[in-house]
Design a protein around this ligand. Structure first.
Ligand code: ADP
Ligand code: MG
Length: 258
């Protein structure tokens, strides 16, 4: 199983939208996919139509109580896609784990087995706190959604510093699979300029696929569906299919751990 953290400490940059739709695209391609919601807001869980009643056990139980991972997995409505939901309890995890020596490694320990999955995507909260640290320590690689806006590159350098720190202290194997430009608006000269700057600065690290600003992508979660199911032909869905293809091409061959 390949573990991919989807992280960026800024909120509203498209992490959850990317997690849901890339997970759906991978599942549609036949990959056994696990989406782990690590944001106390639980947007990935809600966006996949998971009612609160289906969140009896969650990523909180894995981190804080070290509950068996299998006991926290629930199926989604999409074949090949299961989810570990998040609840608001998770916002207290940081404080509850403060005395635990292994607090940065809880997720990494939990995800050591592959549970029959080819890939696990971890949707991170908008901070560089303990939850994201757990995701980066557990991950083989990191996918960064980056919104095409003025301060994008500054936020990115802070994230890359964190990645270096994690590589030095917790997870020397952590890679960066790519940066996905999100919410691109062709008519807006600024987003165009930012996208050009990011590409010239970071080169091949940036995925060729750019995710456009697309209203169908923002409507889909309120229907409890990935955009790829809600409207598979919209520009946003097509972009996420292309991004998933690029991601697959970049992933190492260790898909099947068994
Ligand atoms: P994050 O998880 O980084 O906080 P989200 O994926 O939740 O970001 O996106 C923030 C908001 O923007 C959500 O309301 C989402 O539906 C919307 N959104 C995300 N990507 C796009 C896009 N490409 N086009 C239009 N709206 C988007
Ligand atoms: Mg989110």
């Amino acid at each position: 199983m390949i573990r991919v953290a989807i992280a960026n400490q800024k909120g509203g940059v498209g992490k959850t939208t990317t997690a849901i739709n890339v997970a759906t695209a991978l599942a549609a391609t036949g990959w056994k996919t696990l989406l782990l919601d690590l944001d106390p807001q639980g947007n990935a869980s809600t966006g996949l139509g998971l009612p609160s009643s289906a969140r009896e056990r969650s990523s909180y139980d894995i981190l804080v109580d070290q509950a068996p991972v299998e006991s926290c997995i629930v199926p989604s409505q999409i074949p090949n896609l299961d989810i570990i939901p998040a609840t608001v309890d998770l916002s207290g995890a940081e404080v509850e784990l403060v005395g635990a020596d292994d607090r940065a490694h809880r997720l990494s320990k939990a995800l050591r087995s592959d549970f029959g999955y080819d890939i696990c995507l971890v949707d991170c909260p908008p901070s560089l706190g303990l939850l994201t640290l757990n995701a980066l320590t557990a991950a083989d690689t990191l996918l960064v959604p980056l919104q095409c806006e003025f301060f994008a590159l500054e936020g990115l350098s802070q994230l890359l510093q964190t990645v270096e720190r994690v590589q030095q202290r917790f997870n020397p194997e952590l890679g960066i699979i790519g940066i996905a430009l999100t919410m691109f608006d062709r008519r807006n000269r600024l987003t165009d300029q930012v996208s050009e700057d990011v590409r010239s600065c970071l080169g091949k690290l940036v995925f060729e696929t750019t995710i456009p600003r697309n209203v169908r992508l923002s409507e889909a979660p309120s229907h409890g569906l990935p955009a790829l199911i809600y409207d598979h032909a919209c520009a946003g869905s097509r972009a996420y299919m292309a991004l998933a293809r690029e991601l697959i091409a970049r992933l190492p061959e260790k898909r099947k751990a068994a």
